[in-house]
Design a protein. Structure first.
Length: 183
């Protein structure tokens, strides 16, 4: 008999599939002055569909794949150097986004509203962690940068597209959860 602590082959398959979905989402780039990828959408979708435990494991596997050098990050890049760079904090922040969503998963109330709140709060956590990381790395390599400047470069241009990703993830979450039977 299997306990809840163990992952089934089905669980592991879905976790791996969503790690791949995140990689594919990172490769999709919308060119503009500040290019946009769908990485955060992949994170929202993984945790939204698979739930906190499985979704967080998918995010962790995605990050570990990138750490060992597989080109799963934006621009078909990979390696520990990407994570240690000025924007690597946002990738590490994906894990904190997943953990935030997982922590909010069992909150009472309307599950759809809890999902919205968890994704938005997860996004804020990712922004906060990534921006602090950016400021530290940028200060070490280039010189100090103010918080408003960092937000202007790294967060403000992404807010509306990221909220659109939240909306899309919420729509697909509902449809995919009904199609995927996770116990």
């Amino acid at each position: 008999m299997e306990t809840n602590a163990k992952l089934s082959v089905r669980d592991m398959t879905y976790i791996a599939m969503f790690a791949v979905v995140m990689a594919i989402c990172s490769w999709i780039s919308i060119p503009s002055v500040v290019p946009f990828t769908l990485q955060t959408f992949g994170v929202f979708l993984a945790v939204g569909v698979l739930g906190g435990k499985r979704g967080t494991l998918a995010v962790l596997i995605y990050i570990l794949l990138g750490c060992v050098g597989l080109p799963v990050f934006a621009g078909f890049t990979g390696g520990i150097g990407i994570l240690l760079g000025s924007t690597g904090g946002y990738i590490v922040g994906f894990l904190f986004t997943a953990l935030t969503m997982w922590a909010m998963e069992r909150l009472p109330g309307n599950p759809a509203l809890v999902a919205v709140a968890s994704m938005v709060l997860g996004l804020i956590v990712c922004y906060a962690f990534g921006t602090v990381w950016f400021m530290l790395v940028y200060a070490r390599t280039t010189g100090p940068v103010g918080v408003w400047t960092a937000l202007g470069w790294c967060v403000i241009p992404y807010v509306i597209p990221d909220l659109a990703k939240v909306a899309l993830a919420l729509i697909l979450r509902k449809r995919l959860r009904s199609a995927i039977r996770l116990v």
